[in-house]
Design a protein around this ligand. Structure first.
Ligand code: AMP
Ligand code: ZN
Length: 469
């Protein structure tokens, strides 16, 4: 399996530190508002990476944090006359609702910054003790000049960065170098704070992820992931802190998703060109949003548009209808052995799995993996026949379950016997009766009635199949 590693700018063979085990950390959202579809991309993409690793047999420990200490949260709390805790609790719950809707599996651990203060203070102290950090009036800075490899992830040259920054006027007097960044900052009036050896205060953003990764996964991890806007400075700074403090490499593979754009500009809260997942979910089912995200390669930009969402919805329906049809045949086909023709076709079936795995093994190419599923749909539509065997249908259904399950798409719920289902079944029975009595006008009227309810019916040799549109 090959993965593109931002650290080396190459696709590399994936070899975890410990055979069969993967330790993975994904930067999570700052919880001060609903997530937008750009934030949903790393959720869905890295959930799919995790699912594929699990499909390959790895035991994955997946950590995704919530940043629940931040200026934006404090500002919102002040505006609403609320507290930072109340705001973050609320938007953590909302983020989970969206993640569940998007069929994102819960992480093994979802740490929150406010629960990690001891570890944060300890790592800042270690950095001071080792000479990588310095304190000035309650603020602790990381000394970027002390970390020889600073810039290795973003491929930025430290001296050029310093020269570039000094052209701009706002240079913090206390900093030794303009590229130095804050590990701990002193309390401001009316803000939440924690006690530390440098006085009351709170941590900088970057140190939080270094500490949560260390606490829950150890000094060295296999995969660290997030959106590409995090490469610099966030991930560059995480590397500097963790490698300086722990004395070993931090993450072996760095994976970054590309942006979701609007009119080819990055979707972001600050530009105001964003659509929340919640708003889009009012117009399209959540599963379409997930499918939309997986329709592109995770490193390529995707331009968000209604038209693209609509075409994704149509594509997903095609797969779901095939799965419903398979479920119907599975229930109604004769329980016989496979025919000779089916035996022969079975060898073709394995090709789709190979095609799917080759796509996913090539840096998680979900777009090509979906093409393999479309081909499997085409195959099923041609070869699953009324006179066929249950065994053959079961094999295709099984393959469909596996491949769709890895991508977390096209799940087909069992129809529950609710009042509406009973009414549909009753109408279908009435129509069959009308047809038997050659009362075709009545039969057609029932078909129209069903159609008005959003139900399409299809006559087959096994009986009537119905679908919700
Ligand atoms: P934030 O809450 O802004 O730190 O973002 C949470 C995650 O969403 C990070 O991994 C970001 O890189 C990612 N992200 C933010 N905006 C976009 C976007 N427009 N497209 C793709 N990923 C994004
Ligand atoms: Zn992070």
């Amino acid at each position: 399996m090959k993965v593109y590693n931002t650290l080396t700018r190459r696709k590399e063979e994936f070899v975890p530190m410990e055979p069969g085990k993967v330790k993975m950390y994904v930067c999570g959202p700052t919880v001060y508002d609903y997530i937008h579809i750009g934030n949903a991309r790393p959720y869905v993409v890295f959930d799919t990476v995790r699912r594929y690793l699990e499909y390959k047999g790895y035991d994955v420990t997946y950590v995704q944090n919530f940043t629940d200490v931040d200026d934006k949260i404090i500002n919102r709390a002040n505006k609403e006359g609320s507290t930072m805790r109340e705001i973050s609790d609320r938007f953590i719950a909302e983020a989970f609702k969206d993640a569940d809707g998007l069929n994102v599996k819960r992480a093994t651990i979802h740490p929150r910054v406010t629960d990690e203060m001891d570890g944060i203070i300890q790592m800042v102290q270690t950095l001071i003790d080792k000479g990588y950090a310095y304190e000035d009036k309650g603020t602790v800075y990381f000394d970027t000049k002390k970390f020889a490899e600073y810039g290795k992830l973003s491929r930025k040259n430290l001296d050029e960065l310093i020269a570039g920054a000094s052209d701009r006027v706002t240079v913090d007097e206390a900093k030794k170098n303009s590229t130095d960044f804050v590990l701990w900052k002193p309390k401001k009036e009316g803000e939440p704070s924690w006690s530390s050896p440098w006085g009351e205060g709170r941590p900088g953003w970057h140190i939080e992820c270094s500490v949560m990764a260390k606490h829950h996964l150890g000094d060295m991890i296999d995969i660290h992931a997030g959106g590409e806007d995090l490469i610099f400075p966030h991930h560059e700074n995480e590397i500097a802190q963790s490698e300086a403090a722990n004395g070993c490499q931090f993450a072996r593979y760095w994976l970054h998703n590309g942006f979701i754009t609007v009119d080819n500009e990055k979707m972001s809260k600050s530009l105001g060109n964003f659509f929340t997942v919640r708003d889009i979910a009012a117009q399209f089912p959540y599963e379409v949003i997930r499918f939309f995200i997986l329709n592109g390669h995770y490193r390529s930009p995707i331009n968000f548009s209604r038209e693209l969402m609509q075409s994704c919805q149509n594509g997903l329906e095609r797969i779901k209808n095939c799965r419903k049809e398979l479920a119907f045949y599975l229930k109604n086909c004769p329980d016989t052995k496979m025919t000779a023709e089916e035996e022969e076709k079975l060898s073709q079936l394995a090709q789709y799995q190979t095609q799917f795995e080759e796509a996913m093994d090539d840096d998680f190419n979900t777009a090509d993996a979906i093409s393999a599923i479309y081909e499997l749909v085409r195959f099923a539509n041609i070869w699953v026949k009324a006179e066929g065997s249950k065994e053959f249908v079961a094999k295709i259904q099984d393959m469909m379950d596996h491949l769709c399950g890895v991508l977390g798409i096209a799940e087909v719920e069992e129809e529950t016997a609710d009042a509406e289902t009973e009414k549909i079944e009753a109408l279908i029975a009435k129509r069959a009766e009308a047809k038997k009595n050659k009362d075709f006008a009545a039969a057609d009227a029932i078909r129209d009635e069903l159609s008005a309810m959003g139900i399409t019916i299809k006559d087959t040799r096994q009986g009537v199949q119905w679908f919700r549109n």
